[in-house]
Write a protein that binds this ligand. Sequence first.
Ligand code: NCD
Ligand code: ZN
Length: 345
Amino acid sequence: MQELAIRRPDDWHLHLRDGDVLRGVIGDTSRHFARAIVMPNLVPPVVTSADAAAYRERILAAIPAGDRFEPLMTLYLTEGTDPDDVEAGYRSGLVKAVKLYPAGATTNSHSGVRDITKAMPVLERMAEIGMPLCVHGEVTTPEVDIFDREAVFIETVLDPLRRRLPDLRITMEHVTTKDGVDYIKEHAANLAGSITTHHLIINRNAILVGGVKPHYYCLPVAKRESHRLALREAAVSGDVRFFLGTDSAPHVDPLKECACGCAGIYTSLNTMSCLAHVFEEEGALDRLEAFTSLNGPAWYGLPANEETITLRKGREPVRYPTKIETEAGLITVFDPMFPLYWAVA
Ligand code: NCD
Ligand code: ZN
């Protein structure tokens, strides 16, 4: 039996949804995680501080009794977002970041930004007050191959934006390419990146080899193996600019297993087991805490959690359910395709 105690982790990119799905999934996060940056891509999206306050109340009401969990709220950036409302939400402590979805980039992103110049007044205000912008870093122009969307975004959107507003603090969320990792490493100021659990484990073969596997389909889509290896290296490096954002994104099975399935992988249940496995494989268990519990709070200007959790490695594989049941239907749990021996005690 091996044991590892780390500070309680936080999830810096999480989809909790609403209603029955929210109630069905939140316990899988609040069991292990103290806080999470909650994505605003509901239908309709969380656009104003008032929307965020109301959503936060619904989340708090859904937390299982006995769990202590703090949802960190975000606003969905639109071309009509009001800078004063954003600033008021940030100053009150309610809103921690604004999320940029390029229109059409992913699930429920149709109200996203088409023309970033229209969002400049908000972005300028955020730069002034030090409020972070979380970006879904993919272009949506139809000419760009889906596997190149992140690299092209860096070149045509992110880099110009950083030059125009060098004081804006940007989280490049769910980095999936070596290009993304390298860009973050080369540009120290006001830039950080989150990495998901599943992108450390799967490459694009998981989605396509031996049949179409919808439960490995997410956005940004998993890339080729060399990119996965670059992500692993960044995650286990201890570099303060990289931290965990699971992007756990629940969809009920019928919405995944159909002719036009939704993007999203549900990893909240077994994320810490998967990460301990990955970090052990990389000989970096001593840096797991930096990735899950220290680097994220430092970037978001919050204290690290005082409480700890203990991970234990058993002799027998941990048995996780393949699906969780919610009032909205079954949700398939991420299968890393290898046995997991580590679990949160
Ligand atoms: C997310 C979702 O389902 O909301 N899907 C995903 O594949 N990650 C949206 C997103 O974060 O891109
Ligand atoms: Zn996401």
